[in-house]
Design a protein around this ligand. Sequence first.
Ligand code: NAD
Length: 418
Amino acid sequence: MAITAVEELNILHSTQLIIKEALGKMGYSEEMYELLKEPLRVLSVRIPIRMDNGEYRVFQGFRAQHNDAVGPTKGGVRFHPNVTEDEVKALSIWMSLKCGIVDLPYGGGKGGIICDPREMSKGELERLSRGYVRAISQIVGPTKDIPAPDVMTNAQIMAWMMDEYSRIREFDSPGFITGKPIVLGGSQGRESATAKGVTIMIDQALKAKGIPLHKARIVIQGFGNAGSYLAKFMHDSGASVIGISDVYGALYDPNGLDIDDLLSRRDAFGTVTKLFPNTISNRQLLEQDCDILVPAAIENQITMDNADRIRAKIIVEAANGPTTMEATRFLTAREVLIIPDVLASAGGVVVSYFEWVQNNQGYYWSLEQVDSKLKEVMVKAFENVYNVHISRKVDMRLAAYMTGIRKMAEAVKYRGWI
Ligand code: NAD
């Protein structure tokens, strides 16, 4: 079905189109699509915060809960100036798909606040984080909806949120939120889990394409939590990281970049390129010759505007929504193997789930245990999606949606909702 350029970039709209196609291919009814195309619940909140200069500012926030037929909803909270309600809704649907693909007992949720943490003091960020929890406290909780970090939120913000929730409920509630500091019940390996999951996907994709790891040349867009850990893991495993970027520009060297040096110079928001004179643009970076391209920044980076200039053999989506549906079809037809976001970046939610299990048990695992369980889950998820891709002759994104939505649709049926 042809869609316009504006529709191509509306992530909620394109997600709904793929869900419709996935449900249709598996023989589910139109009613099932009507239920699953939107979140069951979206709360929009206004949060008044006293700023350091004594004035009050009112921030807009959201929390979307896509579907809780499988279990409580789960998903990160994003602090970004461009957050919109539609984006949060789409991200909550993607979380449902991710949880289905890696077979967790969760549905998807997502939150966001329209703000720019780069312009805020630590005190202002703390008041905003606590204000958000007070505003959404009635619909969240360890057995209802469990938040986590996402773009420009981190372990400190999770700690403030957990503390605020525990104060409201008057008992310690580490299982309310994941991605916490280790001393507050965080899991070993959570901070780097998304990147670790991506490395497992890269391994599987290289095997499928017959490229040895030590010969692989990798370009990574974004040098934040996902991108920088990934660069480190790939560099340490012997692959050559030849390009990285942040919001201000990109660094590219066909002979490989000095990742340890870049890591030691990046700031808390994943920016480093400002320190270098010879940068190229993010757009140019995406078009460089490489084996693996990993978008690990934001949405809509590979579209019908630049798809014909992408030279990577494999695209592994660490970011949510970096490649549009049309560009996916175009590149798949050119035999580029795309490991879609809902599969590739699921490592974060898998270890978040491990963190929640450990909090509920009050018993904590070693990094080795976390890593080996993560690997087992991710390899199995890759095989499941890849098998659907081959056996049903559909692109990897559609295969991932089919794999991810099935459990939820079955749970909806058993509960008698449809
Ligand atoms: P982050 O805030 O830590 O880092 C984002 C990086 O992208 C920074 O280097 C920033 O400079 C860069 N960036 C921002 N805007 C950009 C632009 N317009 N062009 C190019 N670069 C830009 O965020 P993160 O946690 O690493 O998340 C990155 C992506 O991965 C997001 O799409 C997020 O939803 C997804 N993701 C993250 C996790 C996680 O656990 N952190 C899990 C799943 C998915």
